[in-house]
Design a protein around this ligand. Structure first.
Ligand code: SF4
Length: 369
């Protein structure tokens, strides 16, 4: 993976006292730093740029986060929810997948930003986790950024780990398409951290996941994390249907399970390509050659476009079959799918989001179908 290096770091007044600022200064000695009063919401005026979203990925902002850090994952209307919480410690991503929903979600707020007030983040998480000790939290950091792509410079995860590994009612998920795991290997995760990878066959990575780590780099990073004691997860998401997809996806599954000890996997998720009309417009402008705009998709009740339901069910069933052959009892869930689809794929659907959330807790080793 070609290491990301920002062209410039722009520091909002007041962020110089942050440990993240100290880390950036140490790890980016040759990159110019600029100091500003307050970070504006737009990068440039957009008029002279052919690709303002792409341009925003090249400069790194360090600024204070003014809203809440800890939120319930919004999920998707009418789809089975996996009771997931998110902590947003950064916004936007230095990598550039053609299908990335951030192109629409962050269109008006696209600066690549990392938040400097780590102390506020930990204080807020602590308040929630202490107040609900009887509840188990799966917390992800990869909703509006990649959890690890900026780690070699920001050291953000390194700042958070000492707190999260000591909490009895949380699993922190670090979700990535990078191979930036070097700093994690120095920590004892104490069973509280899952490092997970979004996986696709190399052909899909070449077509639609620009600047990400290759399939083998991701797998090798996963293996290093497993050897260092981390729990692992894999998200085969978004699965893409194309001529010959079965051959590539089956080979990918076989390679993953030949490399990883599946008995120490925390979970696997499956999801197909999801789009919205707005995202398709952004993709057409930024990635006019992508094949993802040509396949047939139908509008679902949550406003998202997906493959026709029978095709989705067929894809999931095939994937579950290949996975089960290698890893008979590993936990598998579907991401943003309806109860009907769950029912057809697994023969049951979680009765409520609590059921699914509890299945993900450490020690809940019951086999999923
Ligand atoms: S790695 Fe994730 S966040 Fe980054 S561009 Fe790709 S889909 Fe978007």
């Amino acid at each position: 993976m070609k290491p990301f290096q920002p062209e410039e770091v722009i520091v909002e007044q007041g962020s110089e006292a942050s440990p993240i600022y100290r880390n950036l200064r140490r790890t980016l000695p040759d990159v110019p730093f600029r100091f500003v009063g307050e970070v504006s919401r737009r990068v440039g005026d957009g008029s002279s740029m052919t690709d303002p979203f792409g341009a925003a990925k090249k400069k790194l902002y360090l600024a204070k986060h003014k809203g809440e850090f800890f939120k319930k994952c919004p999920g998707s209307d009418g789809q089975v929810c996996c009771n997931y919480f998110v902590i947003n410690f950064a916004s936007n991503c230095p990598m550039d997948c053609s299908y990335c929903y951030l192109q629409e979600y962050l269109a008006d707020n696209s600066e690549l930003k990392v938040f400097s007030n780590v102390g506020d983040l930990i204080a807020e998480a602590d308040q929630v986790l202490r107040k609900h000790r009887g509840m188990f939290f799966r917390v992800g950091t990869g909703e509006i950024t990649d959890s690890l792509a900026l780690e070699p410079f920001t050291g953000m995860v390194g700042e958070l780990m000492p707190y999260f590994v000591e909490q009895p009612n949380v699993l922190l998920e670090l979700k990535t398409k990078s191979d930036c795991v070097a700093s994690l290997l120095d920590f004892d995760p104490k069973g509280r951290v899952v490092v997970s990878w979004s996986m696709n066959p190399q052909a899909v990575i070449d077509w639609d996941e620009a600047d990400t780590a290759s399939f083998s780099e991701r797998l090798s990073a996963a293996r290093r994390c497993q050897e260092a004691g981390y729990r692992l997860g894999f998200h085969f998401d978004p699965m893409i249907e194309y001529p010959g997809w079965e051959i590539d996806y089956r080979a990918m599954i076989e390679e993953v399970f030949a490399t990883i000890d599946w008995k120490r996997l925390s979970w696997l998720s499956l999801g197909v390509l999801r789009n919205t009309p707005g995202l398709k417009r952004a993709m057409r402008e930024r990635f006019p050659g992508t094949q993802l705009l040509t396949g047939e998709q139908v509008l679902c009740p949550d406003g998202k476009l997906r493959y026709f339901q029978p095709l989705r069910v067929e894809m999931y069933r095939k994937m579950v079959g290949w996975i089960r052959r290698a890893a008979p009892t590993v936990k598998i869930y579907l991401c943003m799918e309806s109860k009907e689809v769950w029912q057809q794929v697994f023969g049951y659907a979680p009765a409520c989001e609590k059921d699914l959330g509890n299945e993900m807790a450490p020690g809940a080793e019951s086999a999923w179908l």
